[in-house]
Design a binder for this molecule. Structure first.
Ligand SMILES: [Zn+2]
Length: 346
């Protein structure tokens, strides 16, 4: 239940977000301005028109709208603007640390220089960090539908931009027809390069996709992973190996991955002892924010201050920051959370 005290706690509590796509945070207004400046035609030309595109009936429809609109984002300065605006927004929500994904292939295929995009994004995040106090790092989320061959050149850029703030490697896009196993050699190379490993899995495909992500790819974090609930043996494996599921509840409802709040597997995953974090995925596209996801977890899943604090600390511990920075983040968040809980008596 969302009491006024809990609502205040949610607004003020320090947060961590691990599952957030940069392209999915652009506001309709910024998108329209970028499209105009870059001469890219969009399917709508007003803010209301763009917002109206965000009504999907399936995951496939969501992906095609997402990719169509992302075409407006072209130059390093575009990525810088997106990153800066996102950083300010995260700071307002009391997010202390975020890992943000860029989907490289849809940009590369349009002739975008990936290194320029990464440099731009990190410049925007650095500016936001100075103004809003939020630290942001990047992960490259390779679209599995583009096949394994092209992944090697993207991984090369990830390796070369580690010093700029690229900390993670992921696969995303449509799981259907694109199982994780063929990406195993790329994940092994990403790990050798010092990148943290995650994978979108168990969102629209069942446990087989999750097994592949943890066994063949060695992913320590899963985007969504909610279909793991269909395999008791998998739940045991996730718990014993400490694999973290980055769950994005509203996203699951709006893409049709889950039929209703009552059917959402999160409470059953939690009861099985699986480590969970709460995230917004594509906040603009799903009309949500991280704060709103926390509120919905309180309303629909009965999360209180204990569960929400655990989600934040789980996210901090599962981040791909270097060990010392990760430990410092956990310590800082634990202190901030207990001070706020004492103040608000929650
Ligand atoms: Zn995602």
């Amino acid at each position: 239940m969302l009491t006024p005290q809990l609502d205040q706690f949610i607004r003020r509590m320090p947060k961590v977000e691990l599952h957030l796509h940069l392209e999915g945070t652009v506001s309709p207004r910024t998108l329209i301005e970028l499209a105009r400046r870059n001469g890219v035609p969009l399917a709508a030309t007003s803010e209301a028109g763009v917002a109206a595109l965000f009504n999907y009936r399936s995951f496939g429809e969501f992906l095609s709208v997402f990719m169509g609109l992302a075409r407006a984002i072209v130059y390093g300065e575009d990525f810088e603007r997106l990153a800066y605006e996102l950083g300010l927004e995260l700071g307002q929500q009391q997010v202390r640390y975020a890992e943000v994904m860029i989907s490289p292939m849809q940009h590369i295929n349009r002739g975008v220089d990936l290194r320029e995009a990464i440099e731009g994004a990190m410049a925007g995040f650095a500016r936001a960090e100075r103004e809003a106090g939020v630290t942001v790092r990047l992960a490259l989320d390779y679209g599995r539908g583009y096949g394994t061959e092209a992944a090697w050149q993207v991984l090369e850029v990830a390796r070369a931009t580690r010093e700029l703030g690229v900390v993670g490697w992921s696969i995303g896009g449509n799981e259907i027809g694109h199982p994780p196993e063929p990406f195993a050699p790329i994940f092994a190379a990403a790990r050798a390069a010092g990148l943290g490993l995650m994978a979108h899995a168990g969102e629209v495909v069942g446990p087989a996709s999750v097994w592949g992500a943890i066994e063949a790819l060695g992913a320590t974090r899963l985007g969504h992973g909610i279909r793991s609930v269909d395999d008791p043996g998998l739940l045991v494996a996730l718990r014993e190996r400490g694999v973290v599921l980055d769950v994005c509840p509203t996203s699951n409802l709006l893409t049709g991955a889950v039929g209703s709040w009552q059917e959402h597997p999160l409470p059953r995953l939690k009861a099985a002892g699986v480590a969970l974090t709460i995230n917004s995925d594509d906040p603009t596209f799903f009309h949500t924010t991280l704060t709103e996801e926390y509120r919905r977890a309180a309303i629909h899943f009965g999360f209180g201050a204990d569960e929400l604090s655990t989600a934040v600390l789980t996210a901090a511990a599962a981040s791909f920051l270097p060990h010392a920075a990760r430990t410092a983040l956990c310590t800082r968040l634990a202190a901030e959370l207990s001070a706020l809980r004492a103040e608000l008596a929650v």
